[in-house]
Design a protein around this ligand. Structure first.
Ligand SMILES: *Cc1c(COP(=O)(O)O)cnc(C)c1O
Length: 398
């Protein structure tokens, strides 16, 4: 452990949308490839072939969960890389057909910043707004389609507010219009059914560490026949599309993790949703002036996002951390100033309410006891912060 950081020995971890702990079974599956199975998958002797076989099995596992063919699965260095590849790879391979891309205002920065980069390269991008609950409107989407639209990138599930976007409808429209459809499904794997064939998805990004796999490995599904540029040039790995010696252990871990995530998913969804709902009920019962962000039905089962009026998210996080609870907020302190979340602003929240947001994301390893502990400490924290809050005085509430 890093000796520079003091930390409670037992963290109550409610930040599963940021990352998840590696499942012990995943760790066991990875171990041989960090040890005696060190061969390069490209080598022809048995040590290499054994690594190649392991990569190929992992590819099969990812394909099975997505209802894709193994040849349509490419491993990447992260979910961010998969998103970048999808946008840039499609844009550069299809620019003779058109230069217009459609995406949304609530995408992860991996998509948003890749889209902004492409604007600088002469592409035109439409950033669709969302309604108060966080959904894009199909009507808006249809209206935004132009003759030169080549790609639509709409996330499967939002990482901050958990909303499940209408991907099936978007997929259908894109297929009819001959537009490539990419979805960032990093948050969805293990928490929602994903079927690339049924949903007419051409490209899909995922990331190992969001479903109890290792960090630093992701995957991009690319439907057969899609025109896309390679992402990294070099050796012939990943069918000459993403060069670089394979991260064998990471890929094996991702494969094991996605298999476990898909197994028994309905039961796990129920359990995690019930923890989330218990937390929400408890918060609403004990704390006044709370806004629930996002929709309560079409939502990831483990996601809860609320704004506490008159307080700042970062202060809540620091006080929770002192009590051993890890969570997240929509306001990120970048270069000394508080930046409100682009997702919460897109919902129409003001800056103050965006700053007062708290995201709790529940996972398989969480327990009811932990939720009870949270509900024991949170009301006191909010009350204390509100007593100190200048925002509250302005409202004439003392
Ligand atoms: C975490 C996340 C990513 C980035 O994945 P990394 O593997 O951490 O790079 C992209 N999109 C969404 C929606 C995410 O939640």
């Amino acid at each position: 452990m890093n000796k520079g950081v003091k930390r409670n020995s037992k963290t109550i971890y409610f930040d599963n949308a940021a990352t998840t702990p590696v499942d012990p079974r995943v760790f066991e599956a990875m171990k041989p490839y960090l040890g005696k199975e060190y061969g390069n998958p490209s080598s022809i002797y048995s040590l290499g072939r054994s690594a190649k076989q392991a990569v190929s099995e992992a590819r099969g596992r990812v394909a099975k969960v997505l209802n894709a063919d193994p040849e349509e699965i490419y491993f990447t260095g992260s979910g961010t890389e998969a998103d970048n590849w999808a946008l840039k790879g499609i844009a550069f391979a299809n620019r003779s057909r058109g230069r217009h891309i459609i995406t949304t205002q609530i995408e992860h920065h991996a998509v948003l910043h890749a889209a902004e980069f492409l604007e600088g390269q002469g592409f035109k991008v439409t950033y669709l707004p969302v309604d108060k609950k966080g959904f894009i409107k199909i009507g808006d989407f249809k209206k935004s389609i132009r003759k030169d639209t080549i790609l639509a990138s709409v996330m499967f599930a939002n990482n901050e507010i958990g909303t499940l976007e209408p991907v099936s409808e978007i997929g259908k429209i894109c297929r009819q219009k001959g537009i490539y459809f990419h979805t960032d499904a990093v948050q969805a794997i293990g928490h929602a059914s994903v079927d690339v064939k049924k949903m007419n998805i051409d490209l899909l990004s995922l990331s190992g560490h969001k479903f109890n796999g290792p960090k630093g490995v992701g995957s991009l599904y690319i439907r057969k026949g899609v025109r896309i540029e390679p992402f990294i040039h070099g050796g012939g790995q990943e069918r000459r599309m993403r060069a670089g010696t394979e991260n064998t252990a990471g890929i094996v871990g991702l494969g094991k993790a996605i298999e476990l995530a898909a197994r028994d998913m309905e039961r796990k969804i129920k359990r995690v949703r019930s923890l989330r709902n218990a937390a929400l009920r408890g918060i609403l019962e004990a704390i006044p002036d709370v806004i629930v962000n996002g929709d309560l039905n079409k939502r990831l089962p483990g996601n809860l996002n609320v704004s506490f009026k008159y307080v700042e998210g970062e202060s809540i996080l620091l006080m929770l951390d002192k009590l051993g609870v890890a969570a997240s907020t929509g306001s990120a302190c970048t270069s000394g100033s508080l930046e409100p979340s682009h997702v919460l602003l897109a919902l129409g929240l003001g800056h103050a309410d965006s700053h007062g947001s708290l995201r709790l994301s529940f996972g398989e390893q969480n327990t009811r006891k932990e939720v009870i502990y949270l509900l024991k400490v949170l009301p006191g924290i909010i009350e204390k912060l509100r007593k100190m809050s200048p925002l509250r005085e302005n409202k004439g509430r003392r």
